[in-house]
Design a protein around this ligand. Structure first.
Ligand SMILES: [Zn+2]
Length: 279
């Protein structure tokens, strides 16, 4: 469905102008008057169409495309909170779990949201249990095998998305609502599938860049200083790929968020802005 077309066809001012013109024509008698009336009518209709077209263009500029409206990148810019989000993408080497980071979040009681891929869950049953038990953590999903969704058909995308959702429900009795596409890649079909499945499509608006081995903790912190504000959703990793992630989170917790009066919240709390506000 095209939202812009909807606004154009239902636009009430155009209809109102049209009916006014018709009434005026019925009261004109002479040919010359009629000609000038027709010209007037054409001018009025023309100006009406120009008005409609101008307003339609302005509306189209003001409204985001329909698909983008379903994709959440941040909370409200008036909410004094930020969401620290951690992807759990599958890894080939290493433990695939940043225990020091999780311990720090728990010790400091920092709310956080984790996006688990099915392949990662298959190798980390204890860790899945541990994360689900923390009351200030929220868990979403991140695809089954961490594939590039736009390369697949709608049905294939559905299966990829559903894998970890089913596993969390059947094995852990947890209903996962949040979904983040692997690599942040998606197309219109992805958005439709996610909506049909009743999931919330969560991206981010602040990239930490934590898996990049060429950058230091202070470079990541500088990047966050430039971009973190009210309603921010920050993407990081808890699968051990971020060598400086724990250090960066500590800096956020002890400095940046305090300085800016921002409270860490889970995604769901950020979207409703119901998190506890820092003293
Ligand atoms: Zn990922």
């Amino acid at each position: 469905m095209n939202r812009d077309a909807e606004h154009t066809t239902n636009f009430p001012i155009g209809h109102k102008h049209g009916s006014t013109v018709v009434v005026r024509i019925s009261s004109i008698n002479s040919t010359s008057q009629m000609r000038s009336g027709i010209l007037l009518c054409m001018r009025l209709r023309c100006s009406s169409w120009i008005l409609r077209l101008t307003l339609a263009v302005l509306l189209a500029m003001a409204l985001p495309p329909l698909t983008q409206a379903q994709v959440i990148k941040s909370g409200s810019p008036s909410c004094p909170g930020v969401a620290l989000t951690f992807d759990l993408c599958p890894v080939r080497k290493g433990t695939g779990y940043d225990q020091a980071l999780i311990d720090y979040l728990i010790e400091q009681k920092i709310p956080a949201t984790f996006f688990m891929s099915g392949k990662w869950m298959a190798r980390h049953e204890q860790q899945v249990q541990a994360l689900l038990q923390v009351p200030f953590f929220e868990v979403g999903t991140h695809g089954e095998v961490h594939t590039h969704l736009p390369l697949h058909s709608s049905e294939e995308q559905k299966q990829e998305i559903l894998g970890p959702v089913r596993l969390l429900k059947t094995k852990y009795s947890y209903k996962a609502i949040l979904f983040r596409p692997p690599y942040g890649e998606f197309n219109d079909e992805t958005v439709n599938v996610v909506r049909t499945l009743g999931l919330q499509f969560i991206l981010w608006n602040v990239v930490s860049g934590d898996p990049d081995l060429t950058i230091t903790a202070s470079q990541i912190e500088d990047r966050l200083k430039r971009s973190v504000r009210k309603g921010s959703v920050i993407v990081m990793h808890a699968n051990g790929k971020g060598k400086h992630t724990r250090e960066v989170v500590q800096d956020l917790h002890e400095q940046l968020l305090l300085e800016r009066n921002l409270t860490p919240m889970t995604i769901s709390d950020l979207l409703t802005c119901k998190g506890k506000v820092a003293p």
